[in-house]
Design a protein around this ligand. Structure first.
Ligand code: SAM
Length: 421
């Protein structure tokens, strides 16, 4: 009783300026509302968890949530809103969390085996689970909206076109998709743009699924998928390369190596699109509260994001010329919100497929990321770059119209006709 009274007194005073729309239900069934008619409820199963809340120890709170010792009720968007409010007001990083944060900047590379295990943890979860809430083509990256009212299937198709148009993909082009997921972009690039497409993934579930799909559509030699690390494509060169939602797995310390490898894989005159999440804070993380390292620990182990400025410095250092940069933050906020809603609708099937613990993790991750993008704590950038020809700059379209429609072929800066004007 005493612990609870003291804890509530402390929480009330700390949260007074902006109280969360939250009810806490305690282990003995008693409850406390921070506002009238709160929209979200959390149930905490022991005084230890209440102490962790008071101390702002979100690492312990994340562990307790994953273990089911904290239960969240109400719309997940409201739960996340209340949770973020608590984190913004209360978070104090434990010594351990601080040490881990600093360790990110010390160059200890992960072994290949560890990298593969980290990726498998996320992508080998269950194809059936991902099928529940991704779009029909199983695209697992930010979609592209024209009005914001499209469903996820339409918006993902628009994204595939946006990527192919930006790359100026033409019939016969050799095309590499680095981190090809379940193969949706490869199919689109080959069937709608006539590219000879090769993709690599390190997930054997994705690899098996993509191969089945290619067989089913009779793709033949036009599309190939390999269960391979992108660093193992030695000696090959491509006209066009896309990396969509993949660089985040490379890790801070391998970023220069990643761009240099991509640059070697691109033929002179070729075009590369890097699409990925960028940090809101200059230290390479979300500019919001850290949430106890929840994403790093439970969702994307070994992953990391960089500020846009770091990518903009690394790409030219790898010998590529940046020709266009587009921020897609509202697009990813919307994509994540739709994914989160779709997962909520399939709660029972999802829990059956991956178990309650993983379900809780994915539920909080999708809703939490949607919130972070809506708040502007994270963003996402498509960076388009080309590889200069020896002694020449690469010609490019005069305007950005080609990004929305490749037909007819856009006039290029190096075209004879344009020199005659
Ligand atoms: C978020 S998914 C994006 C998938 C796909 N590009 C899409 O947009 O749907 C990241 C992908 O990167 C792949 N990946 C991660 N590390 C990789 C590596 N070292 N080499 C090749 N692929 C990798 C994963 O297997 C996964 O397919």
């Amino acid at each position: 009783m005493f612990v609870r009274r003291k804890a509530l007194h402390y929480l009330r005073s700390r949260l007074a300026p902006d109280p969360p729309s939250l009810r806490i239900v305690f282990w003995d069934g008693q409850s406390y509302d921070f506002v009238d008619a709160p929209r979200a409820t959390i149930r905490i199963s022991s005084p230890t968890i209440l102490k962790a809340l008071v101390r702002g120890n979100f690492e312990e709170l994340a562990r307790a949530y994953v273990a089911g010792e904290i239960e969240a009720e109400g719309p997940i968007s409201e739960v996340v809103d209340a949770g973020a409010g608590l984190a913004e007001s209360l978070e104090t990083l434990s010594f351990l969390a601080r040490a881990r944060g600093l360790a990110r900047f010390i160059p200890f590379p992960r072994s290949r085996r560890k990298e593969a295990a980290d990726a498998a943890y996320h992508y080998n979860l269950s194809n059936d689970f991902y099928r529940l809430w991704l779009d029909d083509r199983m695209i697992y990256s930010c979609a592209y909206f024209r009005s914001g009212r499209e469903d996820i299937h339409t918006a993902q198709l628009q994204k595939l076109d946006h990527v192919c148009c930006k790359l100026m993909l033409r019939p016969g082009d050799s095309f590499l998709d680095v981190g090809c997921g379940w193969g949706g972009l490869l199919r689109w690039a080959a069937r709608c743009y006539g590219a000879r497409a090769l993709g690599v993934t390190v997930s054997d579930r994705q690899f098996a699924y993509a191969r089945e799909q290619f067989k089913a559509i009779g793709a033949g030699a036009a599309i190939e998928v390999r269960l391979d690390d992108f660093r193992d494509l030695k000696g090959m060169q491509f006209d066009k390369i896309a990396s969509v939602g993949m660089y985040e797995h490379v890790g801070e310390r391998n970023l220069s190596d990643y761009f240099r490898t991509v640059s070697k894989l691109l033929r002179p005159g070729g075009v590369f699109l890097n699409h990925g999440v960028v940090a809101g804070a200059s230290v390479g993380r979300s500019s919001g509260p850290a949430g106890g390292g929840f994403i790093e620990k439970y969702v994307f182990p070994g992953g990391s994001i960089s500020p846009l400025s770091r990518l903009m410095a690394e790409i030219p250092s790898a010998g590529l010329e940046i020709i266009d940069v587009e921020d897609l933050r509202p697009h990813y906020a919307r994509t994540l919100r739709l994914w989160s809603q779709r997962l909520e609708e399939r709660r029972d099937e999802a829990t059956r497929l991956i178990g309650p613990e993983r379900y809780r993790i994915w539920r909080a991750y999708l809703a939490g990321m949607a919130y972070a993008f809506e708040r502007g704590w994270l963003s996402i950038a498509q960076i388009l770059a080309c590889k200069p020809l020896e002694g020449h700059s690469v010609s490019r379209p005069w305007t950005r119209e080609y990004q929305y429609d490749l037909n007819p072929a856009p006039p290029m800066s190096g075209d004879i006709s344009t020199h005659n004007d």
